[in-house]
Write a new protein. Structure first.
Length: 375
């Protein structure tokens, strides 16, 4: 009897430990949650998507690519769809203004969430490269591109050009300013006329890449002292400064304001929609080189390199020209139909390295001398 009780107890113990082993907890990559973003926005193919964690995305077989971009929404969506058709790679993105884009990449350096930064002037890219935010990567496709569009330090690849210009609401101009004796402005200096007061808008150099390039444009055109004096005088007619350079276009197109400063390719897109606007490219205007860079420590580095390679192809250059009216850096891609060729534009002597070096000082000066004094 005693022996039977002992055997029964032993069998019970074996059964209990066996069930405990089968019911233990486990962790699998499929059940792990995505890494949270450093800000409230999340890169997406739709607004609800989230950034994949590095741990779940390191595989070279990943079909994901996380992009931070300054391109317009419809432009990045078209690129997203086309690239998936070609490669099967799903692009998730966050879209921000140039200054905010650079700030986000820098803020995430210790824990990168994106693979590639795309769009915005390379003036924004140089400080990030120097700070260690980018992995050095020079696409093999740069062999077909003028060296001026390739970072000598290896951090960014230039893939398009844009020029600064003016958007003018022709209906309001002809009704309100022409009777006062004003003709369409031909130079940046024409904007200093007091008759433009409160009908002219531009963008803030602290938040808009185009806004900063506009400030640098005046410094390179007039010298540092002359350029800053020009900006102070221009402020007398500026109604307000928008956060992004592209934000100036719609209010002029709809007649809220008469004149605005922005990128010609963005103005042209709105003009083709039928709004009563005219494009003026002033003498001695500045130009941007739109960049693409590999973010250091991003979750899908090989996919990032492949995407940059594609951006530098003729096919991508023609796509970007057709959807965004941007000039390609490739000589075998024609200028946007309806715009002058880049050779026909009177460009200022723009020192890109100096523009990058002086950016912090110029923005700080602007905020102290102009923003702070607007009341």
């Amino acid at each position: 009897m005693c022996t039977k009780k002992i055997l029964a107890i032993l069998m019970t113990l074996v059964l209990v430990f066996g069930l405990a082993a089968c019911g233990g907890s486990s962790t699998s990559p499929a059940s792990s949650a995505p890494a949270s973003s450093a800000s409230q926005a999340a890169p997406s193919t739709s607004p609800a998507s989230s950034v994949p964690s590095q741990a779940s995305s390191q595989s070279s077989k990943s079909n994901k690519l996380v992009v931070y971009t300054a391109l317009n929404e419809d432009d990045i969506v078209t690129i997203q769809k086309k690239y998936k058709e070609l490669t099967g790679i799903e692009i998730e993105y966050i879209r921000l203004g140039g200054g905010d884009l650079a700030a986000r990449v820098q803020a995430e350096m210790a824990n990168p969430k994106a693979d590639v930064m795309v769009g915005g002037s390379v003036d924004l890219y140089d400080p990030l490269g120097a700070a260690g935010a980018f992995e050095k990567y020079t696409s093999p496709n740069t062999k077909d591109i003028d060296p001026m569009f390739v970072d000598p330090n290896g951090y960014w690849n230039g893939w398009y050009m844009g020029v600064l210009g003016l958007v003018i609401n022709t209906e309001r101009f002809d009704k309100e300013l022409a009777p006062k004796g004003l003709e369409r402005p031909k130079t940046w200096d024409d904007l200093l006329d007091e008759r433009y007061k409160d009908v002219f808008v531009t963008s803030n150099p602290a938040t808009a890449g185009g806004g900063y390039i506009f400030c640098a444009n005046q410094i390179f055109r007039l010298g540092e002292e002359g350029g800053k004096e020009y900006l102070k005088n221009l402020d007398k007619v500026v109604h307000h400064y928008y956060k992004g350079a592209g934000d100036c276009i719609s209010p002029v197109a709809t007649g809220e304001f008469i004149v605005g400063m922005s990128w010609v390719h963005d103005i042209f897109k709105t003009q083709k929609q039928g709004y009563p606007i005219e494009i003026v490219i002033p003498e001695k205007t500045a130009f941007e080189i739109g960049g693409a860079a590999l973010i250091k420590g991003g979750p899908n580095p090989e996919n990032g390199k492949a995407f940059i390679d594609w951006l530098l192809t003729k096919e991508a250059g023609e796509l970007n020209r057709d959807i965004a009216n941007r000039y390609s850096v490739r000589e075998d891609v024609a200028a946007p139909q309806g715009l002058p060729t880049i050779e026909e534009v009177d460009l200022v002597d723009y020192d890109r390295a100096k523009a990058g070096d002086m950016k912090t000082a110029v923005v700080e000066w602007f905020e102290k001398e102009i923003t702070a004094n607007r009341g």
